[in-house]
Design a protein around this ligand. Sequence first.
Ligand code: APR
Length: 236
Amino acid sequence: MGLSDYLVRNHRRVVFFTGAGMSAESGVPTYRGKGGIWKQYDYESYACQPAFEADPARVWEFHNYRRKLVGACKPNPGHELIARAEAASHGVTVVTQNIDGLHQLAGSRNVHELHGSLWRLRCEKCGRRAESRDAPLLDPHCSCGAWWRPAIVWFGDALDGEVIDAAMRAIVSCDLLISIGTSAVVYPAAQMPLYARKAGAKLVEVNPEPTPMSASYDLCVRESASECLARLCEGI
Ligand code: APR
């Protein structure tokens, strides 16, 4: 089967399963590989609960750096094609590991953020939740006085059960899953697309590089996200 057998318009329920490579063409750095965030910043000092408890100001310095960088980025043509496919009623769900909010900015509504959001906040003292796109967020404190905690799934955190349930419902009921721009090394996200396959869906991987999961896909396209999406979303 060739790429023409995987066109979005010929399927009834499509899941776009996205990772950092989806936003690379918007200028958001990926996590691994050349120029990756975890090459410059040691996640044990900046992106885990023990680091936040030991030095919240340092963790916020890193997250404000990311807010500034990501806040200046715009959705790319790939994000826009996915949003257009949803608007054209192709039963589209986005399941993303990204915290940048670019799918929503492009117009996608049906988005499940497995790893939380750079723009959401929660207070671990009083339980309050908030959203802010300030970049930087100058005073990252809740009105109760405690530090805001970025509502991001950091290393060692559990994923939100409700988000997993919603994502899995879409995954096991789709007939086409298109994975885009993920290195497929972070669990449990890495294995989620395999449930679509088990349930009978076709699987496409879009990534210039092979991943540890490539062998589980029906079709691997070694192209950039926007280039391949232009072909998969033909006629939408
Ligand atoms: N188009 C498609 N894929 C691309 C592009 C592009 N233009 N540019 C890079 N890629 C691919 C890379 O080849 C790589 O396989 O995107 C992938 C990015 O991998 P990671 O940086 O590991 O990002 P991701 O898989 O989303 O990381 C998973 O790890 O620490 C975290 O929580 C963070 O959600 C993140 C998780």
